[in-house]
Design a protein around this ligand. Sequence first.
Ligand code: ZN
Length: 295
Amino acid sequence: MPELPEVETIARELNARLSGRSILHVRVVRGDVLRGAFKDDLEHQCRGRRIERVWRRGKTAIISLSGGWHLLIQPRFTGAVLVDDAPASRRSETEPGESMELTLHVEPYAPADPYSVIEWELADGGRFRYRDVRRLGTVTLADDAALAHYCARIGVEPLDPEFAPDRLSGLLRGSRLAIKKALMDQRIVAGVGNIYANEALWRAGIDPSRAARALRRDEVERLHEALVTTLRASVLARGTTFRDYRDPSNRAGGFAAQLHAYGRGGEPCERCGTRLAETHAIDGRTTVFCHRCQH
Ligand SMILES: [Zn+2]
């Protein structure tokens, strides 16, 4: 599932490509990913609105529209937001009075996609769409109040300045979870899932099964540093590609080559050469760690 760096990559790219553009109309092909709205509500509330900005909270990409409405997109396993822009040349070739719809109909600029779930046509002739092979992701329509309520339930953003070692220390002291589960608890820290919890704990040299509240001050500082460094590096690399994750330009993320623990069970630890162990005992997910240098 996309975590903070992947969703941040999606949001930044969508913001660059979509903000300032206006929605002409919406076509809901499959309504089962919708939350907080029926098909007709979504079509009605999006129509004619301007896209103000696209941003991220936790693992959710948020498309904020004019008039205080928001689209909350959680891609989860196979979801993606793709922007299909009509080539600029084709747009400029369209003479005044000529029907853009007819032009596009005669010569479609993107092939029909059987996994397209919701399609937003833009006033300038472009289009963006939510695509999801398994349709386990969600698209939620929220007004300002619903968005505020949603955001208030999510923990601190680890790339915000307020996420200092003291803050992390306080959060972990109040938790009864294993440190790996605490890092992945969205009410404690936003956006961290299995990949970046495994990576941060390996980098910090901390055993993922230890009680969060039992970490010493120096260990919390190491973990804080490891988490922030890992997330920042992954954002720079446009995230980690796994399964069907693609950014809005259909590009893969490049962070997989920089992973030290996640996906490397059975391989030698890059720090001490010991074979990395795999367990599902902590949270049912695959935890990869080094017996010898994670304490
Ligand atoms: Zn090791």
